[in-house]
Design a protein around this ligand. Structure first.
Ligand code: ADP
Ligand code: MG
Length: 246
């Protein structure tokens, strides 16, 4: 009982092959309640594949996925999202010709019943994200940073226990990055929601994450606190040492 409470999601030996290529190899991963877990690594390291595996979009070639202690290997994306895991996509997931309100409303469909409750949840979510003044604007007309918050709003409208974000900071300016990080901290602290964050902006990752897991060639290379990861020789050699944007 206690173990299930302490671990929100656990993978055991998670593996995914594409033909001869092993995109994710024998991965043991653990996501705990109320934590922002960074998942980092070079391009092609297997981050998006891991995302797709834990959200049910890909079936593993081997290994097991537990959500709240329950074996969820092979379950559909919908079944997994009903257990409280929600994700965004690397290339955005909003409907640009719909209003911000209708976009966020879409996100309430699987989590909230009744039209009045859905409207209320939509407004509450917009307020949390600072989107209230933009509720009736067409989403596609907003600046990049606000569009990204709308995508997070769609995912968070269902009030998941785990929110998985694939590169939510790409293309944002410094102010937009800072605003988004504040939102992520509020989601963790005020809603007790964990966040799995795949992100290339190392400064932001180091600032906001409680723990970090580093992937390299589909394998677990290291995990630890931001300070531990920054000082890990293997990580610096494989990844951080080659980067110039931190
Ligand atoms: P990352 O998100 O860390 O950049 P990915 O998980 O997207 O890495 O990719 C890991 C490896 O798996 C890459 O070599 C990529 O080309 C390969 N890959 C990912 N998805 C597919 C797919 N659907 N079909 C074939 N190969 C794939
Ligand atoms: Mg990716």
């Amino acid at each position: 009982m206690q173990a299930a409470e302490q671990v929100l999601l656990r993978t055991k030996g998670l593996t995914r092959r594409f033909g001869g290529l092993v995109a994710v190899s024998d991965l043991d991963l653990e996501i705990r309640p109320r934590e922002i877990l960074g998942l980092i690594g070079p391009n092609g390291a297997g981050k998006s594949t891991t995302f797709n595996l834990i959200s049910g979009f890909y079936k593993p070639s081997a290994g097991t996925l537990f959500v709240f202690g329950e074996n969820c290997t092979g379950k559909s994306p919908l079944a997994i999202s009903r257990m409280g895991l929600v994700r965004t996509f690397q290339h955005g997931s909003l409907m640009s010709s719909m209003s911000v309100r209708d976009n966020i409303l879409l996100g309430t469909i699987h989590g909230v019943s009744g039209a009045a409750r859905r409207r209320e949840r939509t407004e509450e979510t917009a307020a949390m994200l600072g989107l209230t003044p933009h509720l009736d604007n067409m989403a596609g007309t907003l600046p990049h940073g606000l569009q990204r918050l709308v995508s997070i709003g769609i995912a968070f409208a269902a009030r998941p226990r785990l929110l998985c974000l694939d590169e939510p900071l790409t293309g944002l300016n410094q102010t937009e990055v800072a605003d988004t990080l504040t939102v992520l901290e509020r989601i963790r602290d005020e809603f007790a929601c964990s966040i799995l964050l795949v992100e290339h902006n190392m400064k932001a990752v180091m600032k906001v994450c409680d723990r970090i897991v580093v992937l390299h060639h589909g394998q677990h290379l290291a995990s630890g606190t931001p300070a531990e990861i920054r000082n890990d020789r293997k990580v610096v050699e494989a990844y951080l040492g080659h980067r110039h944007d931190s």
